[in-house]
Design a binder for this molecule. Structure first.
Ligand code: C5P
Length: 419
């Protein structure tokens, strides 16, 4: 890859990791020019940065430039990507506010190239509303900001704020620079994925819901889109950023989710990951229910049954997706209940998971895949790994002999797996 990066090294204990980053990028053929801030130079020396990058290190806005024509404007534009690593709270604030009082902030303001920042700082500084405001502003300005890792910090505290590993930052940089084309074997496949909880309103301010974070559904939607599928993600309320390269339909209630899924048809694959509320309050009070109206015996709620979206889509006479996949979150007898669910819901595959531990809202999942062809037990893995593996299975089930169109190929293979 013949690309150039301008790397701005901020002042933080994690600055030493930028040396590794330069090395990893060089191994991929990416050349790095560097700006070392005054605080950055307290943690790494210009000599070590210059030796690894093979270029002189830029430090001063007003220095007569040693590269002849490399002023701050040219410096920021000669690169394909500007990277700030580590991005300190101060650098984030300067960039969000448009300051230009040193070489780093001036280069960030003068650049016409994409910018990627890898923040690293104390957990309180990261979580401070001012920093979060700056991050939101920069993201709105189009800057890619990596999420810091969570873990023990050099200062002894614990939480989000650690710089991600250099190889993860290098991957994100290569993505931004346009890495070689990925596996696009699902190009043409139309997929609908539901994710997250639903919210069933009780009155103007209250609702019934559950702890689903949406992480697993979002990861599956993203993995499908990365392989070229045309994805519609129908999401209940979550705190997750919408994944790129897909249509995201935000809904609240189970009824809205069903409507959105039906509107999204036709599709080749439907994956029902959402934790849809089984019931909703039968009536929704227009204002806020008052405690004085509930009488001495408390409030008795009457619940109405919600539509079962998975069952509904599995039994469509016209336009049923060729492959319908459901999830079964169980706390005990996982496989027995999941097998019964496979039959009852009428879907082709069930992904069973034990949610008695920290699965809901957590980063990992332990899966059993049930289908007519048999049962597969997967080791515990991250939700992203589960997504990749599931998309592998989907790809095996629907990938055509070359030359068939998407609807035909899914019909052939999905039938085969469910017969
Ligand atoms: O019956 P249970 O809720 O455990 O079934 C889980 C599966 O059914 C999941 O795939 C979930 O998305 C789906 N489901 C649904 N509509 C409902 C309830 C569950 O689509 N009302």
């Amino acid at each position: 890859m013949d690309k150039r990066v301008l790397l701005i090294i901020g002042g933080g204990i994690a600055a030493y990791k930028s040396l590794d980053l330069i090395r990893l990028l060089a191994a991929k053929g990416v050349k790095t020019r560097t700006i070392l801030t005054r605080a950055g130079a307290e943690f790494v020396t210009p000599l070590s940065v210059g030796s690894l990058s093979g270029q002189s290190v830029h430090q001063d806005l007003f220095a007569l430039n040693e590269d002849g024509d490399m002023g701050h404007i040219e410096l920021s534009r000669a690169a394909d990507l500007v990277v700030v690593c580590p991005a300190t709270a101060d650098l984030l604030a300067k960039a969000a506010g448009g300051h230009a009082n040193d070489l780093a902030s001036t280069a960030l303001l003068a650049t016409d190239k994409p910018v990627l920042m890898a923040p690293a700082m104390n957990v309180r500084m990261w979580l401070h509303p001012a920093t979060q405001r700056n991050v939101a502003q920069l993201r709105a300005d189009g800057v890619t900001i990596l999420e810091p890792d969570v873990g023990p910090m050099a200062c002894g505290e614990f939480g989000p704020g650690r710089l991600p590993y250099p190889d993860q930052i290098a991957d994100a940089i290569l993505d931004c620079l346009g890495s070689p084309p990925r596996d696009q074997s699902l190009k043409g496949l139309r997929a609908i994925v539901t994710a997250g909880p639903t919210r069933e309103p009780l009155d103007a301010v209250r609702f019934l819901s559950n702890h689903s974070s949406g992480k697993q559904g979002y990861a599956i939607a993203k993995a499908l889109a990365e392989r070229g599928a045309n994805v519609s993600l129908v999401s209940g309320p979550t705190s997750l950023a919408p994944p790129p390269s897909m249509q995201v339909v935000q809904v609240e209630t189970a009824n809205e989710m069903l409507d959105a899924v039906l509107k999204g048809l036709p599709a080749d694959v439907f994956i029902s990951v959402a934790a849809v509320a089984d019931w909703r309050p039968e009536t929704r009070a227009s204002g806020k229910l008052k405690i004085k109206n509930s009488g001495r015996s408390g409030l008795t709620l009457k619940l109405a049954e919600n539509p079962d979206i998975l069952h509904h889509i599995s039994h469509l006479r016209n336009g049923r997706p060729q492959l319908v996949i459901g999830f079964a979150a169980e706390t005990h007898h996982v496989e027995d209940y999941a097998a019964a669910k496979l039959a009852r819901k009428g879907c082709d595959w069930i992904i069973a998971n034990d949610v008695s531990g920290d699965v809901m809202g957590g980063a990992e999942n332990e899966i059993t895949l049930l289908r007519a062809g048999g049962v597969e037990r997967w080791r515990r893995m991250t939700k992203e790994e589960v997504a990749e593996k599931l998309v592998d299975r989907i790809s095996d089930a629907v990938t055509p002999p070359l030359g068939q169109d998407a609807s035909h190929r899914s019909r052939t293979k999905a039938k085969r797996t469910s017969s």
